[in-house]
Design a protein around this ligand. Structure first.
Ligand SMILES: [Zn+2]
Length: 344
């Protein structure tokens, strides 16, 4: 076999191998390696051409033509494959493994405290209560004095809060909204007031410096303690279940008289006593009472003509009682591993 035939054969082999490899290249990196290997300055094609000097002069033309043809075809194949890989990469499909199992879509849910608030509002809506909201930044007057809490009275310590400016505080309960509603509305009044409240409390298992509270107020000419108890009992049975009992314990609040703490029978032990209810059989859920005449006077209602009741509960506390949650901080930390349990 003569030298020129060997060189032309070698060119044909390089061309066909190169074309097949370039077509099979699955990434731009591999393609670049092939370009260097076949078309580069020290590539296979250049290697052949460097040997052309040893060929017979009359054969050089044929070898040169074959080399040029191989070079052109390899360059065209390279350009075409490069464009295809670039468009696939920009479309994001080049690395996709279609055999991988799909990822589950994120599933949202209502926060357990929000669900408590919504359900309480709905139950009282059936009893004729409207839902209202009020400002979280409140004046001392509405947060304390209008609710029969003199600033110098020891009871004011129970509602100690954060001061924003002289006489302006972050409200420590939703009760200021009661005073605002009564100032602007004539009886009958029936409202529920959900909202954030703030207290100078540590962040520990049973306290949070910012927490959700929900408040209720009913004022009319004929409201008595029996109607008050009936409404609370109706709420407890609707919210916690028909088998749950309600207990009223005498208590003290400056803005109600008489005042009562309301307990619900423990759902874990059915009232026999267990660790959840600390052996008492009861779980405390709210403070309540008949509206104090001094509050009516402060907002311009005639205490001889009108009576009413009010109640307030921590929505987070209610969620803890309902779900057996031991630490209030779990409700406010935004830990999705904890919260995802409550997606229904
Ligand atoms: Zn119990």
């Amino acid at each position: 076999m003569t030298e020129p035939v060997r060189l032309v054969d070698a060119l044909e082999r390089i061309e066909s191998e190169g074309l097949a490899s370039i077509e099979a290249a699955d990434s731009l990196g591999v393609l670049e390696e092939l370009r260097v290997r076949y078309l580069g300055r020290s590539g296979e094609l250049a290697g052949i051409l460097s040997g052309i000097g040893q060929a017979e002069p009359e054969d050089r033309r044929a070898i040169g033509q074959a080399a040029n043809t191989a070079k052109r075809r390899l360059q065209e194949a390279h350009t075409g494959r490069q464009a295809a890989l670039e468009s696939a990469e920009s479309a994001g499909v080049s690395k996709a493994d279609l055999t991988m199992p799909g990822r589950r879509a994120w599933e949202g849910g209502v926060h357990p405290v929000t669900r408590v608030i919504d359900e309480i509002c709905e139950i009282f809506r059936e009893l004729g209560f409207s839902k209202v909201r009020g400002p979280e930044a409140e004046t001392e007057w509405y947060n304390f004095q209008a609710l029969n809490i003199p600033l110098e009275h020891p009871a004011a310590d129970m509602w100690d809060t954060f001061y924003l400016a002289d006489g302006v505080v972050l409200r420590s309960h939703t009760s200021p909204v009661q005073a605002r509603i009564m100032e602007t509305h004539e009886p009958p009044v029936r409202v529920v007031v959900p909202g954030l409240c703030y207290r100078r409390d540590p962040f520990d298992p049973t306290h949070a410096p910012a927490f959700e509270q929900i408040e209720g107020l009913a004022v009319d000419e004929t409201i008595d303690f029996i109607e008050f108890r009936s409404a609370i009992q109706y709420f407890v049975q609707r919210f916690f279940g028909l088998g749950r009992r309600t207990r009223f314990r005498p208590s003290y609040f400056p803005f109600t008289e008489p005042s009562a703490e309301v307990d619900v029978s423990c759902g874990v032990c059915n009232g026999f006593g267990c660790p959840t209810c600390k052996g008492t059989g009861w779980l405390e859920i709210m403070g309540s009472g008949m509206v104090h005449p001094a509050v009516f006077q402060a907002v311009g209602y005639d205490p001889e003509r009108y009576t009413g009741y009010a109640f307030g509960m921590g929505s987070g506390r209610i969620a803890m009682v309902r779900h057996g949650i031991p630490d209030i901080r779990l409700l406010y930390e935004g830990d999705t591993a904890f919260l995802s349990q409550f997606i229904s």
